[in-house]
Design a protein around this ligand. Structure first.
Ligand code: NAD
Length: 246
C-alpha cells in the first residue's frame, strides 16, 4: 500500500467498531497518524492498541457534550500537531413512527448526528484554514436522501449533514479546505445487525450488487476523499450503497 496520507493527522469520531473502526484502520494503513474516539476509557484503550503501532491513539469523546470536541482538538494540536483530516462518523438511530416519536428521541438524533458535526467542523476549521489545507469528510446516509418510514429523525439529521457540508464547502474552499460527504447504503455493522431477517432481505432486494456493504467499502471511499486524488472535489456526496434505487 502506498502511503498517500503520510504526514496527515486524522481525527475519526466513533472509531471503536463498525464503519468508524474501518475508516481509522484504512487511514492508518495509508500512512496517516489517526486519533480515534470512543465513549469510554476502555474503548479508547482498545483503539490505542489497534492504532498504536502506527503512532495513533484512542481518546474519549462524547460528541453531544458541549465543549468536549473543542477541548480534544486543542489537546491534539498541543500533544501531536494540527488535525488535517476530520471524519465525523459517530452516529446513532432511535427509530419510531412520527406518531409515536418522543421529543427526546428526536433531540438525541439531532444532537448526536447533526449538532456534533457542526461543533467538530467549527473546532477544526480555524487550524485548517490557517494551514491552508484540510479535509473534512462527514458520514451521512442513503436515508438522508430517500427518507424512510420510522426514521424521520435520522433522515432529517443525515439530510442536514449533506446540506451543511455543501454550505461549509463554499465557505472555506478558497482556504484550501475541502468538505465532502460519504452516504453509505446498508452496511453490515451493529447498527443493522439487530434488524429482523425479513427486513434485511427486503433491503438486499433493493441493492443492485445483491449484498449489504462492508465497513471497508465505506472506509476506502473516505480515504479517497481525504487523499490527494480528491484534491478538486468539494461539497460532494459520494453514495456508497451497492447501487440502490433512490
Ligand atoms: P455503530 O453503531 O457500529 O457505531 C457507531 C459509533 O458511534 C460507535 O463507535 C459509537 O461509540 C459512536 N457513538 C455513538 N454515540 C456517540 C456519542 N454520543 N459520542 C461519541 N461517539 C458516539 O454504527 P455504524 O454502522 O458503524 O455507523 C457509523 C456511521 O455510519 C453513523 O454515522 C451511521 O449513521 C452511518 N451509517 C451507517 C449505516 C449502516 O448501515 N450501518 C448506513 C448509513 C450510515
Amino acid at each position: 500500500m502506498t502511503e498517500t496520507l503520510k504526514g496527515e493527522i486524522a481525527l475519526v469520531t466513533g472509531a471503536t467498531r463498525g464503519i468508524g473502526a474501518a475508516i481509522a484502520d484504512e487511514l492508518a494503513s495509508q500512512g496517516a497518524l489517526v486519533i480515534g474516539t470512543a465513549t469510554s476509557e476502555s474503548g479508547a484503550a482498545s483503539i490505542t492498541e489497534r492504532l498504536g503501532a502506527r503512532g495513533g491513539q484512542g481518546r474519549v469523546l462524547n460528541v453531544t457534550e458541549a465543549g468536549a470536541i473543542e477541548a480534544l482538538v486543542d489537546s491534539i494540536a498541543k500533544d501531536i500537531g494540527p488535525i488535517s483530516i476530520l471524519v465525523n462518523n459517530a452516529g446513532i438511530t432511535r427509530d419510531n413512527l412520527l406518531m409515536r416519536m418522543k421529543d427526546e428521541d428526536w433531540q438525541a438524533i439531532l444532537d448526536t448526528n447533526l449538532t456534533s458535526v457542526y461543533r467538530s467542523c467549527k473546532a477544526v476549521m480555524r487550524g485548517m484554514m490557517k494551514a491552508r489545507r484540510g479535509r473534512i469528510v462527514n458520514i451521512a446516509s442513503v436515508i438522508g436522501v430517500t427518507g424512510n418510514a420510522g426514521q424521520s429523525n435520522y433522515a432529517a439529521a443525515k439530510a442536514g449533514i449533506i446540506a451543511f457540508s455543501k454550505s461549509l464547502a463554499r465557505e472555506i474552499g478558497s482556504r484550501g479546505v475541502t468538505v465532502n460527504v460519504v452516504a453509505p447504503g446498508f452496511i453490515d455493522t451493529d447498527m443493522t445487525r439487530g434488524l429482523p431477517e425479513d427486513a434485511k432481505n427486503a433491503m438486499i432486494g433493493q441493492i443492485a450488487l445483491g449484498r449489504l456493504g462492508e465497513p471497508a467499502d465505506i472506509a476506502r471511499a473516505v480515504a479517497f476523499l481525504a487523499g490527494p486524488n480528491a484534491a478538486y472535489i468539494t461539497g460532494e456526496t459520494l453514495h456508497v450503497n451497492g447501487g440502490m434505487y433512490m
